[in-house]
Design a binder for this molecule. Structure first.
Ligand code: PLP
Length: 373
């Protein structure tokens, strides 16, 4: 009896193709696979994306990049968003990894390193267009371009920036960031005519072609998160299905309480199913008496607090003979990631990256048919 997490790699590939086909002509679709591909397994996801035709991958840390390098052909690019804060320039160069340079100090280190070994190693330069997270200020970029040499020695292959409100098409900040990025591109492209330009994450792609430039960096949408929250219809395929085994089914009499703190009190006699899986498995405690799962397609509410290793579901609506220990309750699948996230007052990203290590993972459609890992 084990909690089972199915990860459909064909759905990941279909999602990548869908995003690629939504991009304006000549725009490359990269893939963000940081944090172990949002918790789904970077090695498996990257293998599937390579087969679909993806050639550029973004990760967060140097360690993530080194782990991936072996399974990614030399001709494909691995960009490290966290850049040199994760390790010395020599390690990046040794492993054929591209750091994102987001401040004067990292630009200087990369330039010094490349000058020292008399070799050109590519980098990505990131500017801050208004999110106020990582990135050079526009004035700093202009200063670097004026000075010339330092930025030349960095061999930049791309200029990037990140949108703060891509999932909110009406946000004024989107247009402001777009304008600043265009402005930076205008000066940057004079000196580096071969450079690529990247602004859009998953939701950014759906803001329209102006936001595409020539490289998009989707992450969440590849894994089934809805990149268009303003649009009820999720254009992406569901990738994950999480099923939890029933450990015990029992009756709670009217007035009885369920779980820690006795926060849920039965208003009438009811049947509950205790299933394996809890906050240690990424089933957020905020789902206590709020979320629901599905049993054979029937929604069943979570009652009482989510424990570390178990949850109680109200199964009064299911005939006794139809549910017993060993049966599976579906927590993710029919119900998309976004619906569950909403019940937990969070976003699909956090649901995915919280998925625990105790699940038995099945990778579906690895190559042909169903391969199981
Ligand atoms: C995580 C991340 C992305 C991917 O964002 P999604 O919303 O998951 O598509 C793109 N760019 C940067 C800089 C990121 O940190």
């Amino acid at each position: 009896m084990r909690a089972t997490l199915d990860i459909d790699l064909q759905a990941v590939q279909a999602n990548w193709r869908h995003l690629r086909d939504s991009l304006q002509k000549g725009c490359e679709c990269a893939a963000v696979v940081k944090a172990d591909a949002y918790g789904l397994g970077a090695a498996e996801v990257v293998t599937a994306l390579l087969a679909a035709g993806c050639k550029t991958f973004f990760v967060a840390t140097l360690n993530e990049a080194i782990a991936l390098r072996a399974s990614v052909p030399t001709g494909c690019t691995i960009v490290v968003l966290g850049g040199l804060c994760h390790g010395a320039p020599s390690i990046f160069a040794e492993h054929n990894l591209v750091p994102v340079l987001y401040d004067i100090s990292s630009v200087t280190s990369w330039a010094n390193y490349c000058r020292g070994i008399k070799a050109a190693h590519p980098s990505v330069i990131k500017i801050d267009t208004g999110m106020n997270r990582l990135g050079l200020a526009l004035a700093e970029l202009e200063m670097l371009l004026d000075q010339g040499r330092l930025v030349d020695e960095c061999s930049p292959i791309m200029l990037m920036s990140h949108l703060a409100c891509a999932d909110t098409p009406d946000a004024v900040l989107n247009g402001q960031q777009l304008n600043l990025f265009k402005q930076a591109k205008a000066t940057f492209s004079v000196r580096f005519p071969w450079a690529r330009y990247s602004l859009a994450n998953s939701s950014g792609i759906f803001l329209g072609e102006h936001y595409h430039f020539n490289t998009a960096r989707p992450g969440a949408a590849l894994y089934g998160v809805n990149p268009t929250p303003f649009d009820a219809q999720n254009p992406m395929h569901q990738v994950v299905r999480l099923q939890l085994p029933v450990m015990q089914v029992k009756t709670v009499s009217k007035g009885g309480s369920i779980g820690y703190g006795g926060t849920f009190v039965a208003a009438k006699d009811m049947r509950i199913a205790i299933v394996f899986g809890g906050y240690a498995d990424g089933i957020l405690r905020l789902l206590s008496s709020r979320g629901h799962g599905y049993y054979n397609g029937h929604p069943i509410p979570i009652v009482g607090r989510v424990s570390m290793d178990s949850i109680a579901y109200d199964v009064s609506s299911i005939p006794d003979s139809d549910i017993s220990s060993g049966d599976m309750v579906e927590l993710l699948g029919t119900q998309g990631i976004d619906a569950l996230a909403q019940d937990a007052s969070t976003i699909g990203y956090e649901i995915l990256t919280s998925l625990g290590r105790r699940y038995r993972r099945h990778y579906l459609n690895v190559t042909k048919g169903d391969a199981r890992v």
